[in-house]
Design a protein. Structure first.
Length: 185
């Protein structure tokens, strides 16, 4: 092999490595909402009128999305709660709630009660993005009267990077998807 061939091959490898580095998919998209957020903690706070707040968290210490430790939310029958949700990346020390609020047009929380409590628990989102579509950082939870019951509340943060947000349908991408156990007393 000649020296010229060696230099040609080295130059080719150098150019290829620069192209691969320049196309790193971990970099945020400059003209869009960017990559999905790393979320290691989801905290829901529900406050009844004149009562003490109920707080529950789901934590994923290593951030892989597979091992959430989830606290149970205990609700009283015949009660309406004002709710908030906070999301954080404890690995990198970031408050993701602020990022979701800044990128409200590209995010929406969905709250879905399971079959065991769906007829007793309803959720209404009370905040919106700049287009008037639901965001879900603030919401109300209404629990109707009845016997004790158990179920789950599926909480999904949809990330609209590929398609437009319509306020009704979840996107194909989600930043978090966790089911909080619910007990109605």
């Amino acid at each position: 092999m000649t020296t010229k061939n060696i230099f040609t091959k080295l130059a080719f490898l150098l150019v290829c490595s620069l192209v691969l580095v320049a196309c790193d998919s971990d970099d945020p998209d400059e003209d869009g909402p960017g990559e999905e957020e790393l979320i290691t903690r989801v905290t829901i706070t529900l406050t009844p009128a004149g009562g003490a707040a109920v707080t529950a968290s789901a934590t994923d210490a290593d951030g892989d999305g597979a091992g959430f430790q989830i606290e149970t939310i205990t609700l009283a029958a015949n009660t309406t709660y004002t709710g908030t949700i906070e999301v954080a990346d404890d690995i990198n020390g970031e408050d993701i709630t602020e990022e979701v609020e800044e990128e409200a047009d590209e995010h929406q929380f969905f709250y879905t009660p399971s079959a065991g409590i769906a007829d007793r628990v309803s959720v209404a989102i009370s905040d919106t993005d700049s287009n008037g579509l639901p965001l879900g950082l603030e919401f109300t939870v209404t629990v109707t009267d009845g016997a004790a019951a158990t179920g789950t509340m599926q909480v999904v943060l949809s990330h609209y990077d590929e398609g437009p947000k319509d306020g009704v349908n979840m996107s194909d991408e989600s930043d978090v998807d966790v089911a909080f156990p619910i007990e109605i007393q």
